[in-house]
Design a protein around this ligand. Sequence first.
Ligand code: ZN
Length: 101
Amino acid sequence: MATDYDTPRDARDGDGGSDDSIEALKGRREDKQSPVVDADPEAAEGLELPGADLSGEELTVQVVPLQHDEFTCATCFLVHHRTRLGATDRDGRPACRDCAA
Ligand SMILES: [Zn+2]
């Protein structure tokens, strides 16, 4: 929570109460700003972060290039069989039936 320094203080705050010593204020502020780290280190072990080095990984599926009877939908970018062609937009780009609907 951001501290609003423009907020007028209560009159009693100016009386130098023991609660308002610099040390007490510092301690309070640190308490509020300490980040809450509740992540379980063991749970994070199997976590894969985006951008992780996957160069050692091997594909488990065979990648087949676009076939002559297939098209890439210009809207969802999925490759569909020609029979799934719904329409072409005004630029002549194909859209699948799902996207053309
Ligand atoms: Zn589509």
